[in-house]
Design a protein around this ligand. Structure first.
Ligand code: PLP
Length: 427
């Protein structure tokens, strides 16, 4: 079924609807989508383009997946929503069971949130409550790394990169936390202790006021598309233990296979105390995220209090049913070969760009390909160029990157890379 838009629709849209990080009189066009199947989006004018973004990391299984659709239809005919305060249901229990099973061992408890940003808010509150219920009211700060991205609500924003997250625009609104430079050791580089010295010094001097360290494991996503050494992450875990500080991993972008491991922390064989997941959790079919924690965290809070969060749409049954279906697809393990294949094909397909004068670096990890330009791209120019070449790519600043759905065929992936390089060669 197609949902064609009229000229009137498009005029209304441009005057009355906000888009992400955009003004209502932006010169960057928006493209109307009328259908989506597999890895392809159909536009209003009938053109089909290949989605290189998985709609911002989440559509791992592709659009209109029969198993996903079927699971959601079945839940709609049962019931779509019921409050979670005082009530429970099978989709939530099934999903929690799957999550506890999939995540590394001491992770045992699940809090369902309605978006990634909210999951991060809950993670931060959880970390603070952990200390407060033990009578420690001094541990109220987060310690984190520059170049991070954790979402757009104020608590989450307050730990995002201070420059990229435009903290100066929101002085007075955002709580102030501690920052150290981004992990200095790149993914393939040999780690040595000097790489972590600033973090270690910060912990040493501030740990009495730090509730938790929050970090995106191995891949900093929307804050810079930067891959760092798993050995660095391993040391972060050790130092958090040494200084009695909790460790939060935000796996919202990296989770569910995107980096080549089911969760990115598995590159380092570390386990956080608190972990957030979202995005591909539902395969992109519904908005849902979760904050998971160890029994140490949930038990400590529960002994002396309660978690102080409870959204209206907590554990929405339809979203939980979508997530159950999505996790069943991940559980087949097919993603492993798909992601490994995508990684190989991205290396072949994007490395030619590394030779262009305009390109600073090309880097690839799992099903993520990044072309870092020397100068920021001009969105209103480059966005229509991608669409004209039959692909959907949404750069920001100097970063042109793709993370296609895992189900992409070799031909479509080769086309995506080839057209991407073609556009890059022309700017
Ligand atoms: C996208 C993202 C978030 C925020 O998730 P939303 O669902 O957009 O609120 C948080 N952390 C990371 C690492 C993300 O990539």
């Amino acid at each position: 079924m197609h949902n064609l838009l009229s000229t009137g629709d498009l005029e209304f849209e441009s005057r009355h609807i906000w888009h992400p990080y955009n003004s209502t009189n932006s010169k960057v066009p928006v493209f109307p989508v009328t259908a989506a199947n597999g890895v392809k989006l159909t536009l209003n004018d009938g053109r089909e383009i290949i989605d290189g973004m998985s709609s911002w990391w989440c559509m791992a299984h592709g659009y209109n997946h029969p198993q996903m659709n079927q699971a959601m239809k079945a839940q709609i005919d049962t019931f779509s929503h019921v409050m979670f305060g005082g009530l429970t249901h099978k989709p939530a229990i099934d999903l929690a069971r799957k999550l506890v099973e999939m995540t590394p061992e001491p992770i045992q408890t699940v809090f369902f949130a309605d978006s990634g940003s909210v999951a991060v808010e809950v993670a931060i509150k959880m970390a603070m409550q952990y200390w407060v219920v033990q009578g420690n009211t001094r541990k109220t700060k987060m310690l984190t790394f520059r170049g991070g991205y954790y979402g757009d609500t104020t608590g989450a924003m307050s730990v995002c990169d201070p420059v990229g997250g435009m903290h100066s625009m929101f002085t007075g609104l955002l709580p102030e936390h501690h920052f150290v430079p981004r992990p200095a050791c790149k993914f393939d580089e040999p780690f040595d202790e000097s790489h972590i010295s600033e973090f270690k010094n910060a912990l040493e001097s501030m740990h009495e006021n730090v509730a938790a360290v929050i970090i995106e494991p191995v891949v900093q996503g929307a804050g810079g598309m930067y891959f760092y050494s798993p050995d660095f992450l391993k040391r972060v875990r050790e130092l958090c233990d040494e200084y009695n500080v909790l460790l939060i991993h935000d796996e919202i972008a990296t989770g569910f296979g995107r980096t080549g491991k089911l969760f990115a922390c598995e590159h380092a064989n570390t386990v956080p105390d608190i972990m957030t997941v979202g995005k591909a959790l539902t395969g992109g079919y519904m908005t849902l995220a979760a904050t998971l924690c160890t029994e140490k965290v949930s038990g400590t809070i529960s002994e002396n209090g309660a978690i102080m969060h409870g959204p209206t749409f907590m554990a929405n049954p339809l979203a939980c049913a979508a997530a159950c279906a999505s996790l069943d697809i991940f559980a087949t393990g097919e993603w492993k070969a798909q992601v490994a294949n995508i990684e190989q094909k991205l290396r072949d397909g994007l490395m030619p760009c590394a030779g262009f004068d305009t390109v600073a670096e090309v880097r690839i990890l799992g099903a993520i390909g990044v072309i870092e330009m020397k100068e920021p791209v001009v969105m209103e120019e480059i966005q229509p160029m991608f669409v004209d070449e039959g692909i959907w790519v949404r750069p920001f600043g100097k970063l042109v990157y793709i993370m296609p759905p895992y189900i992409i065929s070799d031909d479509d992936l080769a086309f995506l890379c080839q057209q991407l390089c073609k556009v890059i060669s022309r700017i």
